[in-house]
Design a protein around this ligand. Structure first.
Ligand code: FES
Ligand code: FE2
Length: 422
């Protein structure tokens, strides 16, 4: 349970708020590379952390991320001309490069120095892992570029997507680090009691804080084995989880590692970036496999409203819940694993009221994440660097989910599994 004040401190992300200030200390994915396919192509609107921005790929292929409004008289830069390494406002022709420098001001006399005095707000970008990452914080505190194993896996071994979520970022993150709900919300075969997550619905959670956040194991027992799902929470809002073992306990044909990065659009909306990459460098991720996985998650190509990253199944149609399916086959009656998540997380309201919750032992990871976030807010208040900004702290980790002999310590049994291979 949190007081309303604590809840506001964790959930509000606009400029100048405590969490907004903390969030701006990290690189965040701003958009997918696929949204800016060609140099000098159409600019794209981007809203993150409550800021309206425009992204464009310049003539050199570099991505600029600038204020959505021109510093002259605030015309929308979205309508700008993307030409010769800059975006030109179509109101009076002022042109800005990716660094925010005004490189042309044709509405002023040729000998005017005004152009040297005007800049547009611009943020550094870093393209990696089919995503464009951005840093919105103070320049003097900019950390090194992100370096997850995901970003080093070759393109043939990786798939990335994004989905609009109609809720505050924290309830999305708290869903992602909650292994317990997968025995319920994601149970799509309720009759089969042998499935690992049906055989034991009360996983023991072991949380270990690390320099980047924490790692935790959700341990479920079946017969003489423990099924251990080792997750990582990388601050401020990332989850890494294994996708190696199927629900029956067998090893998947294409074992993979999964996760999300949640980026606040503003206080009440979130971009959920979804990723997977190969567990085994010898087994690539084919396009067909990735598409199947996306359909299973509820976001195959036909699941999106065309031209958007929003899902057709949403609160307006109650995610097309099928009550007959719910009675006979699946726990929720909602199709698509992450659609199930969205129904529950969005249904809490735009910002979940945490003063009315009752946390149990299965919520240990959520409690730990909140502790770390409060600790990081305090660190930033004191002028210190928050946990998780140094890429070397997390660059070599990976998640996994495997069965080990019952009662054995997962830390030693899975030690080598938790080290990056790319
Ligand atoms: S408003 Fe952009 S150039 Fe005038
Ligand atoms: Fe989930």
């Amino acid at each position: 349970m949190l007081t309303p004040e604590e809840n506001a401190r964790l959930t509000r992300v606009g400029p100048g708020t405590p969490m907004g200030t903390l969030m701006r200390r990290y690189w965040q994915p701003a958009l997918l590379s696929e949204e800016l396919l060609e140099a000098d192509g159409a600019p794209v609107r981007v809203r993150i952390l409550g800021e309206d921005l425009v992204a464009f790929r310049d003539t050199n292929g570099d991505v600029g991320l600038i204020d959505a409004f021109c510093p002259h008289r605030r015309a929308p830069m979205f309508f700008g001309r993307n030409e010769e390494c800059g975006l030109r406002c179509v109101y009076h022709g002022w042109k800005f490069d990716k660094n925010g420098t005004c490189v042309d001001m044709p509405s002023e006399p040729p000998d005017s120095l005004f152009k040297t005095k005007v800049r547009i707000r611009a943020y550094p970008t870093h393209e990696a892992g089919d995503m464009v990452w951005a840093y919105l914080g103070p320049p003097e505190l900019q950390p090194p570029a992100p370096n997850y194993e995901l970003l080093r896996a070759p393109r043939t071994h990786r798939h990335v997507s994004k989905t609009f979520e109609n809720a505050n970022w924290l309830q999305a993150l708290e869903g992602g680090i909650d292994t317990s709900h997968s025995s319920f919300a994601h149970n799509n075969d309720i009759q089969n009691k042998r499935l690992l997550r049906n055989a034991d619905t009360a996983p023991r959670l072991e949380v270990e804080k690390t320099s980047y956040g924490f790692r935790y194991a959700g341990i479920r027992s079946r017969d003489d084995e423990d099924y251990v799902r080792v997750y990582h929470y990388v601050m401020p809002a990332q989850q890494l989880r294994g996708g190696v073992t199927d629900w029956g306990g067998g090893k998947k044909d294409v074992p993979s590692l999964h996760g999300h990065v949640w980026v606040p659009i503003d206080d009440e909306h979130t971009w959920t970036f979804n990723w997977l990459y190969s567990y085994d460098p010898a087994i690539p991720i084919s396009h067909d496999y990735a598409v199947d996985y996306e359909y299973h998650s509820g976001r195959g190509p036909d699941d999106y409203i065309p031209g958007t990253y929003r899902l057709k199944l949403n609160a307006e149609n109650d995610y097309r819940i099928d009550r007959q399916l719910q009675r006979t086959k699946t726990f929720t009656g909602i199709t698509g694993v992450n659609t199930q998540d969205f129904a529950l997380q969005e249904g809490m309201g735009p910002i979940c009221d945490r003063s009315n919750e009752h946390l149990g032992t299965s919520d240990r990871a959520i409690i730990a994440a909140r502790q770390l976030l409060f600790e990081a807010l305090d660190a930033v208040d004191r002028g210190e660097a928050p946990r998780g900004t140094d890429p070397s702290d997390y660059s070599n980790v990976r998640p996994v989910d495997l069965q080990i002999p019952r009662g054995r310590p997962w830390q030693t049994e899975l030690e080598r599994e938790l080290i990056a291979r790319f």
